[in-house]
Design a binder for this molecule. Structure first.
Ligand SMILES: [Zn+2]
Length: 350
C-alpha cells in the first residue's frame, strides 16, 4: 500500500514538472524575417531546449507592432543588439525586431513594421533534423499594401504617398560616360529622372531625388563609396523603392541596348528590375540585354527594393541621339513610372 502511494506521488511530481514552470525552458536560437510571397511576411523564431505549446505563445498587433510573447522561453543567445536577421528584401517593411526577457522565463519579441498588417497567424513547427532546423514558432503577417489590383496604365494609379527614391547617376565633377557628339551620361540621367519625378508625383507618390541639379551628392573628389553612400543615405527609412538611372558605355560604338540590374539575392529588387526591364522593352527600338544580378553599391546598400537601370549605350551614335532627345526621355520616364505602378499594383510575381 505504502509502495503504491509513493508511486502515485512520484507520478504527480513528474506531471507537475512537465506542465509548470519547472519544465525546461525553450532557448531562442534565431529570428529570421523574410518574404514567403508578395502578400506574406514570415517571422521565424527558432528555439532549442524545452518545447513550446500553443498556450505558451500569444500574439497581438497594435499600430504596426507585432508582439509575440513566449512563456517558458529565454532569449538565449538572441540579444537586443544582434540575432534577429532581417532579409534585405523585407527591410522596407520590417523596421526593427527587439527581444527582451520581460519577466522570468518570459520572452517578448516585438516586430516593428512600416505598415499595419491585415492579419497575423501563428503556428508551431517541430524540429526537422533532416533539414537541420530547430523547432520554430512561425508568425505569418499578411501585408495590407500588396493586395493585387488591376494594373492601371492610364496614369490614374494612386501611389498613396509611397516613397520612391530616384537617383540620377553621376553629376557635378563626375560626368559619367560621354557620347561621340559629347552628350554626357550625367545630363541624360538627370533629365530622365526629373521627368520621372514629375510623373510619379502626379501619380500620388512622394519622390525623393538624390540630386535635382548638376552636382556631386557628397562632394567633388570624394571616393566612390562616399559618393554612393551619400545617395543611399538620401532614402528615408520608409522608402519603398530606390531606382538609380544610368547610361551604358563601351569602347566599341556598336554595343547597344538597355538592361536592368538588381542585387543578386534581392527578391523584391529582382521583381522591380524585371518590371523596369519589361516597361523599357515596351518602348521598342532598343535591344533588350536582360535583367541581371550585380553587386552595385547603391543596390547592395539600399534598405528597400533597389534597381539600377542602363537606359541605353551613350557611346552608340544612334542611342546617344535617342537618349538626348526630349521626346525619348519623356518615354523613358513614363516607362519608369509604369514599372513603379505595376510594382505596387500587381501581385503574384515568382
Ligand atoms: Zn553610370
Amino acid at each position: 500500500m505504502l509502495k503504491r502511494i509513493l508511486t502515485c506521488l512520484c507520478m504527480f511530481v513528474v506531471l507537475t514538472c512537465a506542465t509548470t514552470a519547472f519544465a525546461k525552458p525553450a532557448e531562442l536560437t534565431g529570428i529570421n524575417a523574410f518574404d514567403v510571397d508578395d502578400d506574406t511576411l514570415r517571422i521565424e523564431i527558432s528555439y532549442r531546449g524545452g518545447k513550446l505549446f500553443d498556450d505558451n505563445v500569444s500574439v497581438d498587433e497594435t499600430s504596426g507592432i507585432v508582439r509575440v510573447d513566449l512563456d517558458n522561453a529565454l532569449p538565449g543567445r538572441i540579444s537586443r543588439a544582434s540575432g534577429a536577421k532581417i532579409q534585405s528584401d523585407v527591410k522596407d517593411i520590417v523596421e526593427k525586431i527587439t527581444v527582451n526577457e520581460t519577466k522570468a522565463r518570459h520572452t517578448r519579441i516585438q516586430v516593428f513594421l512600416a505598415t499595419e498588417p491585415e492579419a497575423v497567424n501563428v503556428s508551431l513547427e517541430p524540429a526537422d533534423s533532416a533539414a537541420k532546423k530547430d523547432a520554430r514558432v512561425i508568425v505569418d503577417v499578411k501585408k495590407t499594401f500588396a493586395e493585387p489590383e488591376p494594373a492601371d496604365m492610364s496614369g490614374n494609379f494612386n501611389g498613396g504617398g509611397r516613397v520612391i527614391v530616384i537617383d540620377p547617376g553621376h553629376g557635378g565633377s563626375d560626368a559619367g560616360a560621354i557620347g561621340p557628339t559629347g552628350v554626357s551620361e550625367k545630363s541624360v540621367s538627370l533629365a530622365v529622372s526629373l521627368k520621372a519625378q514629375k510623373l510619379l508625383t502626379a501619380n500620388g507618390y512622394r519622390v525623393v531625388m538624390t540630386r535635382t541639379t548638376d552636382v556631386d551628392v557628397a562632394a567633388p573628389g570624394v571616393s566612390d563609396a562616399t559618393e554612393l553612400q551619400a545617395r543611399v543615405d538620401k532614402a528615408p527609412p520608409n522608402a519603398a523603392v530606390f531606382i538609380s538611372v544610368h547610361c551604358n558605355a563601351f569602347s566599341n560604338g556598336n554595343a547597344n541596348g538597355m538592361e536592368t540590374y538588381h542585387a543578386p539575392t534581392a527578391v523584391q529588387g529582382r521583381r522591380l528590375a524585371t518590371l523596369l526591364n519589361e516597361e523599357l522593352e515596351r518602348l521598342g527600338g532598343l535591344n533588350n540585354r536582360g535583367v541581371k544580378g550585380a553587386r552595385f553599391y547603391v543596390m547592395t546598400h539600399s534598405k528597400c527594393a533597389a534597381s539600377l537601370i542602363e537606359l541605353g549605350f551613350i557611346t552608340n551614335p544612334r542611342e546617344e541621339k535617342l537618349l538626348a532627345s526630349d521626346d525619348y526621355q519623356q518615354k523613358l520616364a513614363q516607362a519608369i513610372t509604369n514599372a513603379v505602378n505595376r510594382y505596387f499594383s500587381q501581385g503574384g510575381f515568382n
